[in-house]
Design a protein around this ligand. Structure first.
Ligand code: MG
Length: 398
């Protein structure tokens, strides 16, 4: 079946001569892979990508075995080996984004590369870890931002080539890393001048942030159920979008296990969010007469969006997750543990950078201890940072 691909005319070109396919260190075209197929592979083969498997999405894996930072008992938030990790979350985003890209006719390999790389700059312990690192850096007049950190990873920290540092990704992927979820200004970030900050990102980058929203809203409801911190009655009462699908599924499958009805409702919710994003983005392009990448870039605002009604339901779901899951007492205990561990190691190593591994210690003179320590901490998995913390405590006999 030949599917209509309504926004194909707006897609990024995968031709190796296209400006977005250019690399900092020029490479001859591959005989059978496009530039973005190669970038997708480079991301998947990167060490920082593999470490996503050991990083918290919402639930810190194996949390029942974590010590409290005062050495008493456990900081458990409940345990299940079904929870998303940062890696499986990333794969869900890639899956959703690819469906949207194929349906719209966008450059699928660029979309996949962007989805796979979108969380590569995340530190251990999820958003609690990111907040803690940012707070630690602020005291030194610096900030931690996971998108900017992702760019540092792909441009500097990954070492796969003999001739240069970094993964040598195309401009299209590096621009997408910077712009998929944020609008940085050239005044605040002169170092990002090469990334066309005054222009909208291509649709391939615009859909990543929204695919991320779809993925985590639905997955966090699922993991919230799995943890026992959320229940169906509460979701039905608070989430219009969920109830819209739960009620008919409960009627159709009367007598089925609640979790199975929940699953049926949740996948329809995901489908509705993706379908709404596809339809709303097409309508926006048609209404504004946008029929080229140039026009996407010159538009006054991003085209990819949910409809106002679904956007309101998305915000309702997001608020619900904050109130009932992310700020639940059990998860707050994990967040406190994350903040304590990061603060303790950051302070200890900034005071004594000679304790860092040699390749990090060597950069202290150029970039300053706070940034280098933050880079080191940000790269760690949950289990590695906890082992470092345990070592540090025992060396101090705490
Ligand atoms: Mg994400």
């Amino acid at each position: 079946m030949q599917r209509e691909q309504p926004l194909q005319a707006c897609a990024v070109s995968a031709d190796p001569s296209d400006p977005l396919a250019q690399r900092e260190h020029p490479e001859p075209p591959h005989s059978y892979r496009s530039p973005f197929e190669r970038d997708r592979a480079r991301v998947i083969h990167a060490r920082s990508f593999r470490r996503l498997a050991g990083k918290t999405q919402v639930f810190t894996l194996g949390a029942t075995t974590l010590p409290n930072t005062d050495g008493t008992g456990s900081a458990a938030s409940g345990f299940s080996d079904h929870f998303r990790s940062r890696l499986t979350h990333t794969m869900e985003v890639a899956q959703i984004a690819r469906t949207i890209a194929v349906t719209l006719g966008l450059e699928q390999n660029l979309v996949e590369a962007l989805a796979l790389v979108h969380d590569i700059g995340h530190p251990p312990f999820g958003h609690a870890g990111e907040r803690a690192l940012d707070e630690a850096l602020r005291a030194h007049g610096l900030r931690f931002d996971h998108n900017l950190h992702a760019l540092r990873i792909v441009e500097h920290f990954e070492q796969r080539y003999a001739g240069f540092r970094g993964l040598n990704l195309t401009l299209g992927v590096r621009e997408g890393i910077i712009k998929h979820s944020n609008d940085y200004t050239a005044a605040e970030h002169p170092e990002l001048a090469a990334y066309l900050l005054d222009r909208q990102p291509p649709l391939e980058a615009q859909i990543i942030d929204l695919a991320d929203e779809i993925a985590y809203l639905t997955a966090d409801l699922d993991d919230g159920m799995e943890s026992g911190l959320l229940d169906v009655a509460s979701m039905r009462a608070h989430l219009g979008l969920f109830e819209r699908f739960y009620a008919p599924m409960a009627a159709e499958h009367a007598g089925a296990a609640e979790k199975l009805i929940f699953n049926e409702a949740l996948k329809r919710m995901l489908n509705a969010l993706a379908g709404d994003l596809i339809a709303t983005t097409c309508t926006a392009a048609a209404t504004q007469g946008i029929r080229s990448l140039e026009a996407v870039r010159a538009a006054p605002r991003r085209l990819a969006a949910f409809s106002p009604a679904v956007e309101a339901q998305r915000l309702e779901a997001k608020r619900y997750l904050y109130d009932h899951l992310y700020s639940s007492e059990k998860l707050e205990r994990d967040h406190q543990m994350a903040a304590d561990v990061i603060e303790a190691l950051f302070t200890a190593w900034v005071a004594e950078p000679s304790l860092l591994p040699a390749n990090y210690a060597a950069r202290v003179e150029i970039e300053g201890a706070p940034r280098v320590v933050a880079d080191y901490l940000a790269g760690m998995t949950d289990s590695f940072i906890l082992a470092q913390f345990a070592d540090w405590r025992s060396s101090r006999r705490l």
